[in-house]
Design a protein around this ligand. Structure first.
Ligand code: SF4
Ligand code: SF4
Length: 267
């Protein structure tokens, strides 16, 4: 999942390839709520992905992440390949859990907008430290020039989504501003449901379904709400003052330009 490195300044959609993440970082990730509230097919199938891809504008960036480790679905590389061949810019957030050597060697050949490696933190994320896993991490490091990292260790600052989702009382605040109302960043589920955003682990804000309608229709309906917010927004860390959101956005743009500049100097 896209902890801490989410860029809210452009439109994209997160793809959840499976329901029920086997990595179970339960300190920060309310998996038990998502699995108990979900209904329908738990694994994104090739057949359904083909239908859904045909309903999504080709220019929309797709982020393999959402509410589960993407490699929990054995067909991940095929799903990525289909999105790439359809012309979508692609990103991924992964722990590499369940990834075979062959999978990772294939994966690193794609050009990713964002490739975020979620690394072990010694507590919350528990995956077997096999030789294959270690080799896979180094295959990513050696091949993905723009890799970024996420570690939920003592320095990690949670967005509090685990407590919000578990219904632990968070003082509500007045809604001020969230970029996602201008640049939707929905999360797609394996059953075709489109959820509001990466904060909706409780699946309480389903906006439409890509097995029965087009992305543009879901988006149009969402935008027609004219910033009518959701209960979730009143507890959310992305709900900021417009000034603070602007400063964050400028900082991100500067960082992006710095990296682009560095790449152009190197090439
Ligand atoms: S890998 Fe990501 S989705 Fe899975 S439990 Fe950990 S934080 Fe949640
Ligand atoms: S819950 Fe509302 S405020 Fe929070 S990220 Fe989603 S849309 Fe934005």
């Amino acid at each position: 999942m896209s902890f801490g490195v989410g860029d809210t300044s452009y439109e994209f959609m997160e793809i959840t390839t499976k329901i029920g993440c086997p990595v179970n970082c339960l300190d920060y990730c309310p998996q038990e709520v998502t699995t108990s509230r979900y209904s329908g097919k738990r694994t994104l199938s090739i057949k359904d992905w083909e239908i859904m891809l045909n309903r999504i504008p080709k220019t929309l960036p797709l982020v393999f992440s959402g509410f589960c480790e993407p490699f929990a679905n054995d067909k991940l590389v095929d799903l990525v390949d289909m999105a790439h061949k359809a012309g979508h810019p692609i990103s991924i957030f992964t722990t590499l859990y369940n990834a075979s050597r062959i999978d990772v060697e294939k994966l690193v050949k794609y050009q990713f907008l964002v490739f975020c490696l979620h690394l072990p933190d010694g507590k919350a994320m528990k995956i077997p430290l096999s030789q294959e896993y270690k080799d896979n991490v180094f295959t990513v490091l050696y091949n993905v020039r723009n890799v970024s990292f996420c570690i939920m260790n003592d320095r990690f600052k949670s967005l509090n989504r685990e407590n919000i989702t578990r219904g632990i009382s968070i003082k509500p605040k007045r809604f001020r501003f969230c970029y996602k109302f201008d640049n939707p960043q929905f999360t797609l589920l394996p059953n075709g449901d489109v959820s509001l955003c990466c904060m909706d682990f409780g699946l309480s804000n389903i906006l439409g379904n890509l097995l029965t309608e087009n992305y543009v229709d879901v988006k149009r309906r969402f935008l027609a709400r004219k910033r009518t917010t959701f209960k979730l927004c009143s507890q959310c860390s992305y709900n900021l003052s417009p000034l603070r959101a602007l400063v964050d956005s400028v900082n991100r743009q500067n960082e992006k330009h710095f990296h682009l500049f560095q790449s152009s100097v190197r090439s």
